[in-house]
Design a protein around this ligand. Structure first.
Ligand code: PMP
Length: 417
């Protein structure tokens, strides 16, 4: 990063010049606010239809009942809830997480689970434990923006592997691994989001999953399977997890952020015993112990609440919103635009006609009162200019239709130039 660029980052006191600029560790120099974060300020203005953020619609939760449950935690288990806990996480919650994972076809022991502050912390701990500067981390093209930021924070060499509508392309994965081996480089892991991928909305087919596992096992490469959206499926049958096909070379990440609430920050990693032990040590130095309070709230929720019914409520709502978006895109998008058709999750990935730059178009879109995330944020390199991520999780179907109408206005404005 150039010195000019660094000096333009405002410091917390509001001055344009950061007096600490020379002090930061090398790994902190690359830490800059993501495009998604910068967008939130604009997208949260009431007149703007935000197709940008990936916020779950927590208004669909029975807040009164959750309030009662929180009160019961304090009155019945307050002494434990307000005390330190272990860095591996509450043992009863880890058992419940194993029950939850059976819905994904995973059989696991609570000993192999570590509770994390969302699956985001699991990504951080895994990178902390495995990645030295310049180690290669392979990920899909495009991939989850905050995973890129985490890998970059540990100075990984982030390399993308192409995807098509059936997920990651095995030949490209094979080529990346072979080239790295030939160059004597270390690939620390392959990071993948096989279900309703963020941002592409793509689900990896069963055949691809088998091939990916065969390739990674042959090259002796660890797989990090990130699956926060797996239970949010609106059509079709679930595909088998990579974890269930692996032989100890998969770290599986789960989260309750999308199926319960992101505010509670409950995620987890399921890892081979030796890796799990390292992750617990890393978690200890990162945060000493998890929030016992939040864990006991979630423990009680999973124990006393018909949470599988709640997931169905979410799925009914999100599937209506997905349908509203796909129908509006089909009816209104100009010729030359294409988009994915997610079977679940939160995101559609759109590609604009040749010559239109989604990032450059954003100010025009905001003037039209619609926001999206430009595709460039989802690549560690220069790709993604023709792309945008459109989320359908938060706005109502009516707002989605209006948002797409405004988006089309912005695209047509670019074409008319
Ligand atoms: N992985 C993916 C693919 C995500 O989309 C998200 C949230 N947007 C996360 C991980 C992190 O989620 P959390 O930390 O809330 O579990």
């Amino acid at each position: 990063m150039s010195a000019d660029h660094r000096e333009q980052q405002p410091n917390p006191q509001g001055s344009r010049i950061d007096p600490h600029v020379g002090r930061y560790a090398r790994r902190a120099q690359g830490m800059v606010a993501s495009e998604v974060r910068a967008l939130f300020a604009v997208a949260s203005r009431p007149e703007v239809v935000s197709l940008a953020g990936g916020m779950p619609n927590v208004a669909a939760l029975p807040l009164d009942q959750i309030g009662e449950l929180v009160k019961d935690v304090v009155s019945e288990e307050g002494a434990a809830a307000l005390q330190y806990g272990s860095a591996q996480g509450d043992p009863v919650l880890r058992e419940q997480i194993c029950d939850y994972m059976t819905l994904e076809g995973i059989t696991a022991s609570p000993d192999d689970v570590i509770v994390t502050v969302g699956s985001q912390q699991a990504l951080d701990l895994i990178t902390r434990v495995f990645v030295d500067p310049d180690d290669i981390v392979l990920c899909e093209a495009p991939t989850y923006v905050t995973a890129i930021n985490t890998f970059a924070a540990f100075q990984a060499d982030i390399q993308h592997v192409g995807m098509d509508e059936r997920g990651v392309i095995p030949e490209e994965l094979e080529r990346s691994l072979t080239e790295a081996a030939r160059a004597g480089r270390t690939v620390k892991f392959f990071y993948t989001i096989p279900n309703f991928q963020n941002p592409a909305g793509i689900t990896m087919s069963a055949e691809r999953r088998a091939r990916v596992m065969e390739i990674c096992e042959r090259h002796d490469v660890l797989v990090v399977e990130d699956n926060p959206y797996g239970l949010l499926r609106y059509e079709g049958d679930p595909e088998p997890t990579l974890f269930s096909q692996g032989s100890g070379n998969v770290i599986y990440l789960g989260s309750l952020s999308k199926t319960l609430s992101p505010g509670l920050r409950i995620g987890w990693a399921l890892a081979p015993a030796a890796v799990r032990a390292k992750l617990v040590l890393a978690a200890e130095s990162a945060m000493l112990s998890h929030s016992t309070f939040n864990q006991l709230v979630v423990r009680r929720y999973l124990n006393t609440f018909p949470w599988q019914e709640q997931i169905k409520v979410f799925n009914t709502m999100y599937s209506e919103r997905r349908d509203a978006m796909l129908t509006a895109l089909t009816a209104m998008m100009p010729d030359g635009c294409t988009w994915t058709r997610p079977e679940g999750g939160f995101f559609v990935w759109a590609t604009l006609p040749e010559g239109i730059d989604a990032k450059a178009m954003l100010p025009r879109a905001v003037a039209e009162r619609v926001a999206y995330v430009p595709g460039t944020g989802f690549y560690a390199d220069e790709r993604g200019r023709a792309n945008m991520r459109l989320s359908f999780c938060y706005p109502t179907p009516e707002q989605i239709r209006e948002g797409v109408r405004r988006l089309v206005g912005a695209i047509e404005g670019e074409v008319d130039l």
